[in-house]
Design a protein around this ligand. Structure first.
Ligand SMILES: C[S@@+](CC[C@H](N)C(=O)[O-])C[C@H]1O[C@@H](n2cnc3c(N)ncnc32)[C@H](O)[C@@H]1O
Length: 109
């Protein structure tokens, strides 16, 4: 597909499974989670990767999402409070720039 690393957001990053993968592959990544998992992630990064990494402690229910080229949200979206879900979904779709990607995995068998 010829996708070049650019700016990605990992929503509900947890301990950084996808964030770390993206950083290892040249992306700049903003990782977001309601829990403070920043230190777990930092331990897995080298100095150059740390420069491309940022972390925000934020809940989906009152989140602001920057424009991005790739939004990853694996196993996290269903945790959003249902009363806030429509607004959250709108913010997700509005945040992703042209020629963009949105990857998510819900829970399934
Ligand atoms: C099952 S883990 C998935 C972690 C990671 N995306 C992965 O695939 O390994 C779900 C993550 O979503 C975060 N989370 C759950 N509810 C959230 C909310 N309302 N706002 C922000 N993060 C939330 C949790 O703290 C947890 O780190």
């Amino acid at each position: 597909m010829g996708i070049k690393p650019d700016f990605a957001i990992d929503l509900g990053c947890g301990v950084g499974r996808d964030t770390i993968y993206l950083l290892h592959n040249g992306w700049k990544v903003l990782a977001i989670d309601k829990e403070d998992t920043k230190e777990f992630i930092l331990k897995k990064l080298d100095n150059e990767e740390i420069k491309r990494f940022s972390f925000k402690r934020q809940s989906f229910e009152n989140i602001e999402i920057e424009k991005n080229n790739l939004l990853v949200a694996n196993f996290s979206i269903p945790f959003c409070n249902k009363d806030c879900f429509n607004n959250f979904w709108k913010k997700i779709t509005n945040s992703i720039l042209k020629e963009r990607l949105f990857c998510w995995e819900f829970f399934s068998d």
